[in-house]
Design a protein around this ligand. Structure first.
Ligand SMILES: Cc1cc2nc3c(=O)[nH]c(=O)nc-3n(C[C@H](O)[C@H](O)[C@H](O)COP(=O)(O)OP(=O)(O)OC[C@H]3O[C@@H](n4cnc5c(N)ncnc54)[C@H](O)[C@@H]3O)c2cc1C
Length: 481
């Protein structure tokens, strides 16, 4: 490889990528980006590209049916957009609406300023919030004095947060914020595999509050020292960004970079077997084909089924990563139907509220281009590990339940002018306690099979930038072989 680009003029290695979600697309794109002569075939079971990523444009609304933006502090999403020439398309979150609401007793309250997922950077807003009782606040503030846990082993999110901040801060603040991202059972969710930086803060500083306050002070000093430098350093992005024409335009841009004829839709890979003369033979609906290398970018349980006959232990390890399902109900209203003043990006709902919904994204407040003038669109999340049965309901059962809840939360009158339901069964891998060890084991088993690689959201992060990175890394490993 020279300057990142492979000079392999005689390149004739055939490489298969299985699964055309964002991870598989990023893998296929990276292969041809690094080696323009790479002979890549991308197999996708469905009739369209993108996996869960899907933007629809209907009735003047732009609706993201799953992911609706990506984080900019993990660089791989932004970097890919830059390489694809999509930088001009990036849209920042509306600065006027960057707050998050938390529901308490059926009403919206703003998340205390400076509360970052599970740690306060500022104590005063926490002291004033109506979300916690006086005892709950006192217990959370005592975090400063709670000695760190010495055991180095993994721990559940619930165990960690209750130990540090107390039960009420867990139930009322952290549980809804984390559930909205991971759709997980927090009694089983691994801190090390999801938000390990908070464990590191405990280890290094003895307390989350102390660590956050030190970090803030450092940042303020750095900001004072470099304010001139940063103001000249070019584009800076909000914490989350999206693409003006929707995230499907990322899928389209990736596909457009692949050689003609390299994408095969409606072509599920049914079996995988070692080739007679090396490589891997894929069983396809119309026969079988042999490749020098294969990147499995399917959900991990599909990868488990495919490799199981070749390596039972690898197959079982992959199949043992559980997945939860969700559904998103997107609803549009005229702005005048909405009584509640809205100044935020969305609301999260604690499990203790016993509401049928997990969270609501105020989609067109967050990104104004998503609804026509005078209209708004909301995305309501249901299901996850908290209420798996909700994600299984038919649209006819689900929509009235969601509408009743949303109308009461936002003081909405009348009927929606637009409804769209997307079901996502078994799409959110659950990073349970011990996940990192399981992934290390999976990687060491994969390494015993030359020409086999894995990519996707089940291993090293569920967010789009991590999925992109997993695909690109798999491609780089294949080309390095
Ligand atoms: C509702 C929801 C909201 C989300 N919100 C966000 C967000 O706002 N921001 C963010 O960063 N992330 C978000 N995520 C997470 C992120 O979108 C996903 O983790 C990511 O898109 C998964 O990509 P993937 O390529 O790993 O998997 P997938 O998108 O699941 O792609 C896997 C592909 O493999 C194909 N396949 C399966 N079996 C076979 C086979 N045998 N042969 C061929 N093809 C096969 C499937 O059809 C599918 O196309 C969200 C996820 C969901 C479900």
């Amino acid at each position: 490889m020279d300057n990142g680009v492979v000079d392999r003029s005689s390149s004739s290695r055939r490489i298969a990528v299985v699964g055309a979600g964002i991870a598989g697309l990023a893998a296929a794109h990276r292969l041809v980006e690094l080696d323009p002569r790479a002979n890549v075939t991308l197999f996708e079971r469905a009739g369209r590209l993108g996996g869960v990523l899907h933007t629809v444009h209907e009735a003047g609304f732009q609706v993201e049916q799953s992911a609706d933006n990506f984080i900019t502090t993990v660089p791989f999403g932004l970097e890919l957009c830059r390489r694809l020439g999509l930088t001009e398309q990036l849209v920042q979150t509306n600065p006027a609406y960057r707050r998050t609401y938390v529901v308490r007793r059926g009403r919206l309250h703003t998340l205390p300023d400076g509360f970052l997922m599970m740690a306060p950077t500022r104590l005063w807003p926490l002291a004033l919030t109506p979300i916690l009782s006086p005892m709950g606040k006192l217990r959370a503030a005592l975090e400063y004095f709670i000695p760190p846990r010495r055991d180095e082993g993994d721990e559940s999110m619930a165990g960690f947060v209750r130990r540090r901040l107390g039960r009420e801060a867990f139930d009322r603040l952290v549980e809804p914020l984390v559930s909205a991202v991971y759709a997980a059972d927090l009694e089983r969710l691994s801190v090390d595999a999801t938000l390990s930086r908070f464990r590191d803060m405990e280890r290094e500083h003895g307390s989350l509050i102390r660590a956050m306050r030190r970090q803030m002070a450092q940042r303020r000093r750095a900001h004072r020292g470099h304010s001139r430098e940063t103001s000249e350093s070019g584009a800076r992005y909000s914490m989350f960004v999206t693409l003006r024409d929707g995230l499907s335009s990322l899928v389209d841009a990736l596909a457009a970079r692949l050689p003609a004829g390299s994408i095969r839709l409606e072509t599920p890979v049914e079996r995988l077997a070692p080739g007679m003369e090396g490589g891997w033979t894929l069983s396809l609906p119309g026969g079988s084909e042999t490749f020098d290398a294969v990147i499995l970018a399917t959900p991990s349980y599909v990868a488990g089924e495919l490799v199981g006959p070749v390596d039972g232990e690898l197959g079982r390890s992959l199949s043992s990563i559980e997945h939860s399902g969700t559904a998103i109900v997107s609803v549009g209203f005229e702005s005048r139907q909405i009584a509640q003043p809205i100044h935020g990006m969305g609301a999260v709902v604690p499990a203790v509220e016993r509401s049928p919904i997990l969270a609501v994204s105020f989609s067109s407040h967050k990104y104004v281009h998503r609804a026509p003038e005078g209209k708004q669109v909301f995305r309501v999340f249901v299901g996850g590990a908290r209420a798996p049965e909700m994600a299984e309901l038919s649209d006819g059962e689900l929509v009235p339940i969601v509408l009743k809840e949303l109308k009461s939360l936002l003081g909405i009158s009348g009927e929606p002018i637009y409804v769209n339901v997307a079901h996502w069964p078994r799409t959110m891998p659950q990073y349970h306690v011990g996940h990192l060890d399981a992934v290390t084991r999976i990687r060491s088993l994969v390494a015993t099979h030359p020409g086999l690689e894995l990519a996707g959201n089940a291993y090293q992060g569920v967010g789009l930038p991590d999925c992109i990175h997993s695909g690109e890394q798999a491609a780089e490993r294949v080309l390095a072989q």
